[in-house]
Design a protein around this ligand. Sequence first.
Ligand code: ADP
Length: 600
Amino acid sequence: MKILVINVGSTSIKYHLYEMDTEEVLAGGTVERVGSPGSQHRWRANGRASQAAIEAPSVRAGLDAVLQHLIGPEGSLKVLSELKAVGHRVVHGGEKLVRPCVVTEEVKEVIRACAKFAPIHNPANLAGIEAAQAMLPQATHVAVFDTAFHAELPPHAYVYAVPYELYLERGLRRYGFHGPSHQYMAAMASEYLKTDLSRLKLVTCHLGGGASVCAIDGGRSVDTSMGMTPLEGLVMGTRSGDVDPALAIVLGRLGNSAEEIDQVLNRRSGLLGLSGVSADFRDIEKAAAEGNDRAKLAIEVFVHRLRKYIGAYAAILGGPDAIVFTGGIGENSASVRQAACEGLMYMGVALDAAKNRACDARGSGGVVDVAAPRAPTKVLVIATDEERMIAREVARVTAGPTAARVRVTGGAIPIGVSVRHVHLSRADCDSLFGPGYELTERRPITQPGQYVCRETVDLIGPKGELARVAIIAPLRKETQVEVSRTDAIAQGVNPPLRESGKLEGTPGLTLRGPKGTVALQRGVIVALRHVHMRPDDARRFGVQDRNVIRVRVEGDREMVFGDVVVRVDEQFVLDMHLDTDEANAAGLTNDSVVSYDGLQ
Ligand code: ADP
């Protein structure tokens, strides 16, 4: 299958064409100066770099030139219809778009809304999507978000300590970026270290024009240095990274407009602002070697900040198994790696100086370990490949949920893993959050009209408490708490296995919200596993509402689930709901599919 990955910036289009069966790069290039006269198309083919002047007054014209090139004499396609899918890199997906997804009108609407946090990138990304959809209508268009890898950051890592309403009402929180790069580093590190991602703690450092650090625990991003926008965190080419927020206030009081402050912090700061030489690290290293004091200072500030983040993330992870470097600076600057790891012996970090100097990750299969032979913590230099990561995600999305991981023999049913959650009644919502309180949407869930709220409640049982449990809205007639058996045991309650809404004879427990507590008399259940489907799905499977079926899980924890209740309704979307105990026992995630295995 051939997949085109495009990354449309404010003045450029970068593209890579992959044969996904082998992950071979068939073509790749860049169109520069899109929207201005004098556009250039540069590309590599058969190991040779070429370029041509083209007319690209718009993204559409630039993309058209790329597509014509791809089916031209030097191109790798016979016809455009060979392109089965197009992957679009999108910078900001906000809280709603938390995984790669097929582009629909709703998806475009959310990308448009997220432009408030990425005013340059998201509109450019969207222009690329619309141009590509118009020119390649036969292809499936998939958006892959820079923010998505960080979607499961815990609240204590993503909220700012500002009035909580600013998060609830305006979505002002940390999101994180460079997702495909951090995700790619994690995947490569796991392969290189021959250790499953679930057992690895990593600090990954993407040091390019933009730069960020990520703490990855068990394959999940648990903290990252970029925040609501890519401005926070490390010192970058032209961005300041962390500053006292009052700096912006003072600049404002000195008469600078928001636009001017934006320019200062995003375009005139960082390595460029400090050195006065360039935003390019090579120029600064050269100037520093020639004795330029400001260039030396720029490098020292850059490295100091980086070391601070590595130390902080080592603390968060409780000691990483590996520190990973990538990006133009991370891959190429031995002196930055050396200085960043200096004095980290106490956490098992020691470099092999010669290996570090000689390291060429791109020329050595993509990964080099530059740690001293017996140092307990690995230090890996990895040649990042965000486009390949995006192409993999596109292949996964277009193949259907994890077809790559799980073979499906019967009709495929996607999995939805229900993490413990609460449905609230109006009266209980009032008691917990205050009279008339309106819950706010964080992100939709599969079933139409339902969503996870930003608000959470604590569950208090006779033996234990569970903090910050998700609320699923809209409100219902009666409050219902759905937990796994493991949760129930930890809390000291003994709920029955029940269908949603059947609450007679169920135990209660106490809910705690910011404005009060509710002692439930009943309502706690362990949800009976079930499949939602539409009537046409039911016809396809030959089942009816309330039938009980079996489904087969294939993969590394193969099993058959019986006692699965079918629920049919026009409003439903096909998916099977399992709780976390059931999903973990079968090795299933939200990306998995299972197959229909007959009536029971
Ligand atoms: P982007 O984030 O824009 O994709 P890159 O990952 O290509 O950028 O990184 C660009 C940065 O990497 C620039 O600051 C550049 O100077 C730096 N860089 C590239 N090669 C080297 C090198 N050999 N030594 C030091 N820095 C380098």
